[in-house]
Design a protein around this ligand. Sequence first.
Ligand code: PEP
Ligand code: MG
Length: 910
Amino acid sequence: MSTKYVYFFGDGKGEGNGKMKELLGGKGANLAEMVNIGLPVPAGFTITTETCTHFYANNKQFPAELKAQVEEAIKKIEKAMGAELGSKTNPLLVSCRSGARESMPGMMDTVLNIGLNDETVLALAKQSGNERFAWDSYRRFVQMYGDVVLDLKPRSKTERDPFEHALEHKKEKAGVQEDNQLSVAQLKELVQEFKDLIKDRTGKSFPTDPMEQVWGAVGAVFGSWGNDRAVVYRRTYGIPHEWGTAANVQAMVFGNLGDDCATGVALTRDCAIGTPGFCGDYLINAQGEDVVAGIRTPLRIEETLSKDMPKSYEQLDEIGKKLEKHFKEVQDIEFTIQRNKVWMLQTRNAKRTGFAAVRIAVDFLEEGLIDEKEMLQKRRLPADDLNQLLQPIFDPAAKKQADKEGRLLAKGITAGPGAASGKIVFFAEDAERMHEKDPKTDLILVRRETSPEDLRGMKAAKGILTALGGASSHAALVSRQMGKACIVGCGALNIDYDKGTITVGSKVLKAGDFLSMDGFTGEVFEGKVTTKPSEVIQVLINKTMKPEESEVFRRFDKLMKIADKHRKLRVRTNADLPNQAEEAISFGAEGIGLCRTEHMFFDHLDEIREMIVADNLEHREKALAKLLPFQRKDFAGLFKAMDGKPVTIRLIDPPLHEFLSDAHLESDPKLAEKLSKWSGKSVEDVKKRVEELHEFNPMLGHRGCRLGIVYPEITRMQARAIFEAAVEVQKAGAKVFPEVMVPLAGFATEFKNQEKIIRETAEKVFKETGTKVEYMVGTMIEIPRAAVRADQIAENAEFFSFGTNDLTQTTLGMSRDDYGPFIGFYRENDIIGNDPFQQIDQDGVGELMKIGVERGRKVKSKLKIGICGEHGGDPSSVMFCHRIGLDYVSCSPFRVPIARLAAAQAAVEG
Ligand code: PEP
Ligand code: MG
């Protein structure tokens, strides 16, 4: 049997359905689904994603069976719509649009009005009774076909689109402002000029045969899966290149036949901040692409459509409700109103800010549309997006000042929440370059409108500001998804790319000047306006707001509590100081998974350096005795802050030269002398000792437990500080639970060596103080040997914690400090899908983790196992940790809420 490449929808029935996204893409599957639930959809068919993969695997050739299947489906559209492709009396026009499994807004190509030629245009004119409309449609078609299928593009960054240029020229000559003021004769001239342009620049003639036009469009749509911006988008959002796109060929309906026609895009709820109620953009007497392209600033559906077209508004509202109930998700729809009848062209789950996602999820739950498990779904609430609730807002004092100084420049449409302040940059490639050069410089990308080519620049900028477009324009969708502050449709801005200026009234700002924007209100300010933390931060961390004062916090808190109810993994934090620990507890941390003791040393450099230059036991112990009280105090602070929650304290890990090296001596000319005085050595001997400490490859040198093994007095001092602090805090009435952790052990003997010292010291302290505390001794698993021989190590260790930073570095043989120069290239060229230091390399490092868990638990079935590398706060890594049976993840304080949600998603979705 031959493969089915084409799925028809129309006449009340779709061959596909909403579950077939892999094969039909999101758009195709949902078009079929909408037909199946009785919504008005123009007839059409979907060419499967498998066809696209075949196309790429076969040198851009279609499968042999496709031709007959497409021809048959065209016949079905003709029957359903009562029109015929190429007919000189009753012509059918179709569109061809892309549609991947996951939506990639604006990244791929579309062709509209296919089927028009010098003859069918006359029929369309007659049939519609609107000659201007027919010729304008033809003009648009030739332009789009030339651009998308025949690849007629501007030749440089500054050259204008040649079609647009011709159009502007025509309008100037005709003395009119708008496209729709051109006469039929002028449109006819334009069609000819466009055709000539195509011939001149490409050497090809514009095809007149409608079927040839269909095939050209389908090829171009499949081809656009491979264009640069689509590739960058997929890389950014982790969409596999192998998926391919579907192509949807569908009968055209027209929103530009007159004032009883319109076209629009809408959301069933606001997706910038999550407010309930239909919202969106529409244009009367316009074609769909005009809204999405952001060329004309559209009207707001919720404000004026009910007055402009009351009957259509009612139909649309009903459709919106039906869709939300059916899909259990906020929908992002495209529609056309043709002579007062609403036609649905697309529906998909709406992209939203993290800010809106939380509100919508909690509201859906409270409205009874979904249950808790549905609420927690990853696709509804990507855990990383919680970051946006922790996003900055304008500092009210600075904002007041800016208002007072009259620095408010303009107001636009809010498209992405968060306040941002930075330097103006006009071109995406400049933004990208400046960001690469200095990631600390905040940038605001200012454009007339954004196009998909601007994606890289949008990534580099803190905020995006456009003069044109509405809440559903490309800039809005993409920046919302990225969680960037974004304002669109800020019409007061007069942007001159050539001069590099923005003019607002009498004010002129140049590239590089500061600009500030508030994505919550749409306000744009000249100069800097300082930003400050979000409401969640104000309630939880700064305590400058009461919980009951913030609705944002109420929903966040409710979500977090529900996540906690469902998750199995515990979430701890990596913290070295009491205030970090307190912050983390506010974010919901259930313990400290990693306290890097050496971080505490940075406040006591003199003492640690004295210990380092000592070259005998007596001197070292003398210096260590000075460090002991500081460490004890720090540990006591942590124990108090954690109030009985487990605290994993890791013994010193880094190579000693991090505290004292040639570079330190060079930058502080008095240091050698000071060290000579403390140690009783000559300055020369001090320098010699420092030289001895130099290592060629310090990450694989004398570090980790190797230090405590060669210098047991260091371990003794640290263990004493831990247990004395624990006893002190316990005696004061608080609970303590220290977990002493040995770093970088690879051999069971290394661990045993350190464990013995730790336990002996504990016993000594307990005897001296007459108090015992409960504690555990465990190890990090951060070199491959430790994972492989986890069984031997588990004989003695009471817990494991995967140090995936070092485990990644040692497994991949890739230095965690030196991988920067090539990782970008690796990712761009698909050598490695993700940055392995951010997301666990599950096939490599992950396999070792699995081995470590299995072998460790074979010896001790209840062995407590966690992770404390940076990956502990990365959602996909957290989900992996859940799957391999870890007990907890540990991450930086601000990532704790993200890890809590990801852990719940792992439990709910498996
Ligand atoms: C690790 O290696 O993953 C770890 C947590 O230790 P550090 O980052 O301090 O080397
Ligand atoms: Mg490490």
